[in-house]
Design a protein. Structure first.
Length: 222
């Protein structure tokens, strides 16, 4: 079972920062999950929220701000908002990356950034926008993709099969053994998010999932 650090290791360091990635590496995770957005000038950055208000002293949508604008903002502790390329550099040779595309239209620039960075580790591209994953599959038939979902659809694996995904990421409190078994029967790898409490981690692990995403990845027993 894989240990995936959520937004790096968000329980120990400010989320989606280089410090959080480095902390996750010290905790010996298999992957770091990072959120990807685009600035006004189409630079890819690692940031979760659509707006910067919650995490910085600034205001406004990431999509309405330039990279230079974001560089003037800091997260708690003085941490900068990293570019995707900087995040890949921090992970290179140490850990795989799961890149969650937070908005549509990031497939091509994300592929370009991965190529330009020369990142050599394992990559899984994730999104709630399943048509983006299908588009990615057409461009890169061998890429690993993860379709995110909250809840249980009528047809357990239909959403992922339509997107031609290799993995699914399911909110842990909607998972059950029959659901996991149905996804496995469809040939999908199953990751649970975001599981932080030890009792919840133990319960989810008992369902036979293939990976757990957590702010505290060191709590996940291999």
């Amino acid at each position: 079972m894989l240990r995936i650090g959520h937004r790096g290791a968000a329980g120990y360091a400010p989320e989606n920062t280089l410090s959080s990635i480095k902390k996750a590496v010290t905790l010996k995770v298999d992957f770091v999950e990072l959120d990807v957005q685009a600035t006004k000038d189409r630079q890819l950055v690692i940031f979760h929220d659509r707006r910067v208000d919650r995490l910085t002293i600034g205001k406004g949508a990431v999509a309405d701000l330039s990279l230079a604008d974001l560089r003037r903002l800091t997260l708690p502790g003085g941490h900068a908002i990293p570019t995707l390329e900087e995040g890949l550099k921090a992970a290179e040779g140490k850990v795989g990356v799961m890149l969650e595309l937070k908005i549509p239209g990031l497939v091509e620039p994300a592929l370009e950034t991965l190529k330009r960075s020369g990142f050599s580790g394992s990559v899984i591209v994730a999104s709630f926008f399943h048509d983006e994953l299908l588009h990615l599959r057409r461009l890169q038939p061998k890429v690993q993709t993860l379709a995110l979902l909250v809840g249980q659809p009528v047809t357990p694996a239909g959403f992922a099969l339509e997107a031609k995904a290799t993995h699914v990421g399911i909110a842990f409190d909607t998972l059950g053994k029959a659901y996991v078994d149905a996804l496995h029967s469809a040939g999908l790898q199953v990751f649970a998010f975001t599981v932080n409490e030890p009792a919840d981690i133990q319960q989810v692990a008992g369902l036979g999932v293939d990976g757990i995403i957590s702010d505290f990845p060191d709590r996940i027993q291999k």
